[in-house]
Design a protein around this ligand. Structure first.
Ligand SMILES: *Cc1c(COP(=O)(O)O)cnc(C)c1O
Length: 366
């Protein structure tokens, strides 16, 4: 059986260091917003090339706190419209809703799984205040075009970079530094994953960073002095310690993912399988390798017979989710096609070259 993602194996190579760190951590007796958080924030900001990083509880909170921060600063207010891709993971949409704003779903393209740029422009109304591009599956959204549209219409650009740690554009700028602010998740399965929930915000906006630093901690920077109606969403110090151990290996891990992706792209040549397309001048970090097949049930049964694990990212588009019935009347043909046809095949640093070869040969024999 080729497993989709063996987290135990992924983290095994760090186990000794994790144990040592944990022993140090026990010795300090200091668990919340300790020095590991502060140092990780500096290290991750530096990795992304931004001036600021604020560690928070998870990716959903990271996205929400950016929006809440802009509300405190008066740059967003209730019921403002925020544009988001109709095939995004539901978290992006929930963050907008939870912040009291209105998500406006925009049609996507099935080659890149990103915004259709014409549709993006056409979706702007007098109430639109922000665009939230998701770098889905590890591929950057077309940020130059998005930033241009945003500049023309005076909109904020907030990246959902939860699947794109380390993805770079042609100028070498890294995800998290391609808009006004970005939200990251360090959920264990992400390219940079903690051993529990964790997230962060990156930005070059000093005012925003200062507000979010308080918002994540009850709206307070001095104990028992509360400036805003804040939240409790702090990055755990022990998770920050684990992330500090893993961050130096992120680029090498992303390179390995890209190597596997290149092997898949050059060797899989089955007309029944549509391969993902990407701009080779940018650094796709292949959080997922997502193919499309017309008869998905038949294909996934075939994978099961051949002992290759797979996942579906994602089976139901947001506008058809029970949680979002206000969108149930909408129709996004391309998005619906994406959700009917996508299959994620294994791609991670622990796949052996024998396993990669087996996957290629099984797919070519389908
Ligand atoms: C994982 C993910 C999130 C949410 O992250 P959590 O840490 O699970 O809250 C948000 N957006 C995208 C695109 C994701 O993949």
């Amino acid at each position: 059986m080729i497993s989709f993602l063996d987290l135990h194996k992924i983290n095994l190579r760090f186990e000794e260091e994790f144990k040592n760190k944990f022993t140090d951590f026990l010795d300090t007796g200091y668990y919340i917003l300790g020095s590991n958080v502060t140092v990780f924030e500096e290290e991750f900001a530096s990795y992304c090339g931004t001036n600021y990083c604020i560690g928070v509880g998870n990716g959903l909170d990271a996205l929400r706190l950016i929006l809440e921060g802009y509300k405190v600063l008066g740059k967003l207010s209730n019921n403002d419209e925020v544009l988001v891709a109709s095939n995004a993971y539901i978290a992006t949409i929930l963050a907008i809703k939870q912040a009291g704003l209105t998500p406006v779903l925009v049609a996507s393209e099935d080659d890149t799984f990103n915004f259709n740029l014409n549709e993006l422009s056409n979706s702007i109304t007098s109430k639109t205040r922000a665009i939230m591009p998701v770098h889905l599956y590890g591929q950057l959204s077309p940020m130059d075009a998005i930033n241009e549209i945003a500049a023309k219409n005076n909109l904020l650009v907030i990246e959902d970079a939860a699947q794109a740690h380390g993805a770079k554009n042609t100028k070498g700028q890294v995800a998290g530094n391609l808009g006004d602010a970005a939200g990251f998740s360090f959920y264990p399965t992400k390219n940079l994953g903690a051993l529990g929930d964790a997230g962060a915000i990156t930005t070059n906006d000093k005012e925003l960073a200062l507000v979010i630093e308080k918002l994540r901690n009850y709206g307070s920077s001095t104990k028992y002095i509360n400036e805003y109606v804040g939240f409790n969403s702090r990055l755990d110090d022990i998770q920050a310690a684990f992330l500090r151990i893993k961050l130096p290996f992120l680029d090498a891990d992303n390179n390995r993912r890209r190597e596997i992706a290149k092997q898949y792209l050059s060797a899989i040549n089955n007309p029944k399988i549509k391969l993902p397309s990407y701009n080779e001048n940018e650094t796709h970090v292949f959080h997922q390798f997502v193919i499309q097949v017309l008869n998905r049930k038949e294909f996934t049964n075939y994978l099961i017979q051949n002992e290759i694990e797979f996942l579906i990212h994602y089976p139901i588009p947001p506008h058809q989710q029970e949680a979002l019935t206000e969108y149930s009347g909408l129709y996004f043909p391309i998005t619906e096609k994406i959700h009917r046809e996508v299959v994620s095949i294994p791609i991670n640093t622990m796949l052996s070259s024998t396993e990669v070869k087996k996957i290629i040969s099984v797919l070519n024999s389908y």
